[in-house]
Design a binder for this molecule. Structure first.
Ligand code: NAP
Length: 291
């Protein structure tokens, strides 16, 4: 079994970006600039936005964190997004999800300028992804593809089972895995909570990508010998032995599944850091598009 070390790969990608940013500055080109909108005080969101801003600092991007109370109205938030869209110094915008219930995620995503949508959530980018046109690929699915590419995992003609069909992970990664690209060219089955005989589908998989947020739901009896397992799940579970009182758990029962795998991502240190690396790549692309 080999660990797919997303942390190491992410560090490598970020160091390559850092060199490109230094060269851009030497060449008199603009420094990439990422803006992040954070609404409310959700602990998980604070952590995720914090690591994105830190990554910007590490690699030499400008960053702007726009924080709002969870009492902000939908109209006020949309107005703030309009201002970011109009600010020519800002190349990329992310709005950290989840948002308070009174704000429509759809409206927020659709109001983001597709050319600044470095999360790759806007329907224009999703549509272009489906058609294989240049676009901002959604960060987590793209991070998964980069792991498969880096470790030279053969995906062509393989049976790939994706568990979870969210707009941000399961559905786009199922599309990327089925495209005529490398990595890609897999025969993909997309499972969800209404899937019957989940175990039967998963047992048939050469590549399993789980994105349900259900800790330890992928168990050893569901995984065939030699499978490649990508665990997207990052659920906070209480853990009194930790300083902050919780630990991050993947969807996969790592202890019992990993001995059966050819490759597996750890949680943490697998897909998570790659999501940030992809976001940074998209932001560099957004800045370069203006050169
Ligand atoms: P989501 O929007 O909650 O979607 C979960 C999906 O899992 C849904 O499609 C749901 O099916 C399916 N599902 C739930 N229980 C299931 C079950 N027992 N059997 C089969 N399918 C089941 O989640 P998400 O936003 O995609 O996130 C999923 C996990 O990935 C979470 O732990 C999240 O924190 C993590 N995540 C990690 C990163 C990262 O960078 N590492 C990025 C994004 C998300 P239905 O559609 O039928 O409800």
């Amino acid at each position: 079994m080999q660990l797919l070390d997303g942390k190491a790969l992410s560090d490598l990608i970020k160091s390559q970006i850092k060199e490109k940013v230094s060269q851009r500055v030497i060449d008199g080109k603009k420094q990439p600039h990422l803006a992040a909108i954070l609404v409310g005080n959700d602990g998980g969101s604070e952590t995720y936005v914090g690591s994105k801003i830190r990554s910007c600092e590490e690699i030499g991007y400008k960053s702007t964190l726009l924080r709002f109370e969870d009492t902000i109205t939908e109209a006020e938030l949309l107005d703030q997004i309009k201002k970011v869209n109009a600010n020519s110094d800002i190349d990329g915008l992310i709005v950290q999800l989840p948002l308070p219930k009174h704000i429509s995620v759809e409206k927020v995503i659709e109001s983001t300028d597709p050319e600044k949508d470095v999360d790759g959530f806007h329907p224009v980018n999703i549509g272009r992804m489906v058609q294989g046109l240049p676009c901002f690929l959604p960060a987590t699915p793209n991070g998964i593809m980069k792991i498969l590419e880096h470790y030279k995992i053969d995906t062509a003609g393989k049976e790939c089972v994706v568990i979870g069909r969210s707009d941000i992970v399961g559905t786009p990664v199922s599309i990327l895995m089925s495209r005529n690209t490398n990595p890609g060219n897999a025969t993909v089955t997309l499972c969800h909570s209404k899937t019957k005989n989940l175990k039967e589908h998963v047992l048939n998989a050469d590549i399993i990508i789980s994105a349900t947020g259900k800790p330890n739901s992928v168990t050893a009896d569901m995984v065939k010998d030699g499978a490649v397992v990508i665990d997207v799940g990052t659920t906070r579970v209480p853990d009194a032995s930790k300083k902050n009182g919780f630990r991050l758990s993947g969807d996969v029962d790592f202890v019992n599944v990993s001995p059966k795998c050819s490759y597996i991502t750890p949680v943490p240190g697998g897909v998570g850091p790659m999501t940030i690396a992809s976001l940074m790549l998209n932001t560099l692309q957004a800045a370069s598009n203006k050169d």
